[in-house]
Structure formats: C-alpha cells, structure tokens
Design a protein around this ligand. Structure first.
Ligand code: NSS
Length: 430
C-alpha cells in the first residue's frame, strides 16, 4: 500500500511494517546508527537506521548524502515519545533514489535568499502548510460558486482596455499592435451574465503598480463574480457567505497547518455573518477619531487601511464611496449621485481590503455621461457600451484578491508568503 507519513503516525500502525518514500529533512549519526527525519507531502517521521540492519554499503552511502536526498525505506513503526512526531520507524531497508549534497538552504537565511531559492524553499514545512491552506482556499471558492448557481467561465488575459484606470496596465507587444495584460475580468463577466446570469472566474490579474507594500503583487489571483438582477446588497450577501464558507473550510480541513503557522484560530472562528456595513463617510470619521491623517474624498492607502483595520475583529463592508475616487462603471446612488453603490470588504487584524465590488451602471445615458466625465472614448469600450443598448439589466459583481485572503487567513506578514512564486516590482524569477 502506498502509505504517507501522516497515515502511519498512529497507534494502529505500531509493530506494522511500512514502506515510505520521501526526502531527508534532518540527519544525525551516532556511531552505528543514523537517525533520519524523513518528510513527505504530509508530515515528518524519525527513522532509525542501524548498520547491522541495512548493511555497511548502504549505511555508508546514507552517511554521505545530505538533507533533501530522496529515498524509500521499509521498517516497523514503534512509539517513541522523544521523536519529533511521537513515532519512529525501525528501518530494515533503505534505497537512496536521488542523492542531494550541500542543499543551499540552511537555518537563518535572509528573505531575499529564500526568494531567490523559492524553487527549493517551497519544500519547507512552512511553505508546505501555506500551500495546503492555499489549495483549500481555491477549492472552497469553486465549491461556493458551484453550490450557489454560478457558472464558471473564462476571460482573456490579452486585452485592449483598462477596467481599473489606465495607470497600472502592463503593455505587451502584439504583432505590431499594442495589447495589455488584463487588470480584471469584470467587463467580460458583465457580457456573459446576459447569457448565464450568474458567472465567476478565477484567474490571474496584472497590475503595474509601483507600490511596494506588503499586500501588492504585479500578478495576483483574482476570483471575480458577476450576477444579473443583483443590487449592491445582494452581492454583499453572497460575498459574506463566501468568505465565511472559505474560512470554515480552512478551519475544518487545515487545522494542523494553521497550528503549525501558529495562527490564532479563535479569530477566524469569530468571523460570522452578517458583516458590518459602514458608509465611507463613517469610516473616515472613525479613521480621524483614531488619529489617521485622512479627509473625506481621500482614497485609502495600505498604511491607512492597516491603521484602521487593526482595530477590527471581523471583516467590514465599506460602501458609498465618493464617485471621484472610484472607476467610471460604478452606479451612482440615485439618492445621492455624488457617491456610488459600491463596496470594499476590509479584512480585520490590519489586513485591509480583500474585495472590491458593487453595482454597475446599467442605463446607457448614465454610462455615457460618466465616461465623458472621465475623458474616456466610448468607441474604445464599444462592446461594454453595447450591453446597455440591448436588454440591459441591473447587475453587480466583485473581485476578491485571493492571495490577500490567504495572507489574512494564514496570518502572514507579507503577501509574498501567500503565493508559490510571487511577482513584485523587483522580482520575476524563479
Ligand atoms: O481593483 S479592485 O479593487 N476591483 C476590481 O478589479 C474590480 N474590477 C473587480 C470586479 O468587480 N470584478 O481589485 C479587486 C481586489 C482587491 O480588493 C484586492 O484584494 C485585489 O483584487 N488586488 C490585488 N491583490 C494583490 N496585488 C495587487 N496589486 C492587487 N490589486 C488588487
């Protein structure tokens, strides 16, 4: 049977012979015994290799190779309270598959070094835990949408226009013409709701943002949804259900990993619906009351959001932003057209914005006048404008920054720890 280390760390296996494959996590020799701590994708286990049991040849080879050598072994499980995971293997056979010498990563390496060697650092127990949490977050996103009547769809990565303003577009040469990498699938999702009504996509988005904050990537994973007949409040309801669903999935399925990362799970368990809704105006008042230097009409930067949300224990929806600081597509509030029917979801504990969304303008004349105000040429957006000509409907949508969500859930201090290969202003390798 193909057993994993996690499976055999159990009293049920005491005295049983097992076959394991993995990599050397640690190794130490004491005379005629070599203690190997073996790791695989699931856990680590101490393995005791005695010269008399494996023969002098193999013993010598094992003594020579370094950490991260891959091997298979056979042996009996016994309980050993001094072993790192409480059990050990009394080894009767070892076969070194891929030797490793002088593995470059040892304790106390700098962050830059670990980023340069990310292709090796992904093997660390820390990254292993984060990557498992990440996988569960992606699973849960798909589960949530599929359970709630959303069709999965796809939008192109090569595009010709901006969604979130032109400043952060990456330009790419495209057969003698110009194209850009997409900032958001939103406008394509808006076209697709006229066929499928409720759609979502999970894909990379690209932002040429120079900001070097702890929460910006140039390439990030974006989970976006759009739904016909939805108003701002309908979308917020789905979002809070989604966030609670994802958090519960991680708390249930990734206990061990959260514990390994020393995440305070009580804070995650505390997140329940409904989330508080706060108007932008009130948020500014609150920010001022705690000494943040900000006034009505200012956009919130990473520092302001950190200062504000450190005081939050649960996520908060911020609504009714001034229209001047939001892109043209947001629907002005009919009761006060100087603000828009939008929302950002701010994660607690200092994490800040993880979702941006809202209701879209669905009337042609309103859209055209907003585009004119922003100096945009409707011809460049002809297909987006068309949607308002042929059977337009109220609709709303959102974009969730998946890496930011993972950063919060796993309690990480920087977004670069939340993704296998972070892309930032200064890094495109490995
Ligand atoms: O710019 S957003 O706030 N909104 C949109 O792109 C909408 N067009 C989405 C939509 O309604 N379909 O970005 C959405 C989220 C934002 O809240 C962040 O969590 C994340 O995307 N985001 C980022 N994550 C990491 N790095 C960067 N640079 C980044 N930019 C946005």
């Amino acid at each position: 049977m193909d057993l994993k280390i996690e499976d055999v760390l159990s009293d049920d296996f005491i005295g049983k012979e097992v076959h394991l494959r993995g990599w050397i996590y640690r190794k130490r020799r004491m005379g005629k015994i070599i203690f190997v701590v073996l790791r695989d994708s699931t856990d680590i286990i101490q393995c005791v290799v005695e010269k008399k049991n494996v023969g002098p040849e193999v013993f010598k080879m094992l003594d020579k190779v370094g950490v991260e050598s891959s091997l298979e072994l056979r042996g009996k499980i016994r309980k050993e309270s001094r072993a790192p995971t409480g059990y050990e293997v009394d080894v009767s056979m070892v076969n070194i598959i891929g030797p490793s010498y002088n593995f470059p990563i040892s304790k106390d390496k700098s962050d830059e070094f670990l980023l340069d060697n990310r292709h090796l650092w992904v093997r660390s127990r820390e990254m292993n835990a984060i990557l498992k949490i990440r996988a569960t977050v992606f699973d849960a996103i798909h589960e949530f949408f599929k359970n709630n009547g959303y069709y999965e769809t796809q939008a192109p990565m090569f595009v010709t226009g901006a969604v979130e303003g032109g400043a952060t577009l990456f330009e790419v040469p495209y057969f003698g013409r110009k194209a850009y990498l997409t900032q958001s699938a939103q406008f394509y999702l808006e076209t697709l709701i006229f066929s499928l009504e409720k759609v979502y996509t999970v894909a990379p988005s690209f932002r040429a943002e120079k900001s070097r904050t702890r929460r910006h990537l140039t390439e990030f994973w974006h989970a976006e949804a759009e739904a016909a007949w939805y108003h701002n409040k309908d979308m917020m309801r789905d979002e809070e259900e989604m966030i609670v669903y994802i958090i519960n999935a991680v708390v249930d399925r990734r206990k061990k990993e959260l514990e390994f990362l020393k995440r305070d799970v009580s804070l995650l368990k505390n997140v329940d619906k409904p989330f508080e809704r706060m108007k932008y105006e009130k948020l500014i008042e609150f920010a001022q009351s705690i000494g943040v230097d900000i006034k009505y009409g200012d956009d919130l930067g990473a520092d302001e959001e950190f200062a504000i949300t450190k005081n939050f224990e649960k996520p908060v929806f911020v609504t009714h932003y001034p229209r001047d600081i939001k892109p043209f597509y947001h629907r002005p509030d009919p009761e006060n057209p100087s603000v828009v029917l939008c929302h950002d979801l701010l994660a607690p504990e200092g994490y800040g914005e993880i979702i941006g969304g809202g209701e879209r303008i669905y009337k042609l004349e309103v859209l055209l006048s907003r585009m004119e105000e922003e100096g945009l040429n409707p011809d460049d957006y002809y297909w987006y404008v068309d949607l308002r000509k042929y059977g337009s409907v109220p609709h709303a949508g959102f974009g969730l920054g998946v890496d930011r969500l993972i950063m919060w859930i796993a309690g990480l201090s920087h977004i670069k720890y939340a993704i296998p290969y972070p892309r930032t202003t200064r890094r495109t390798k490995p």
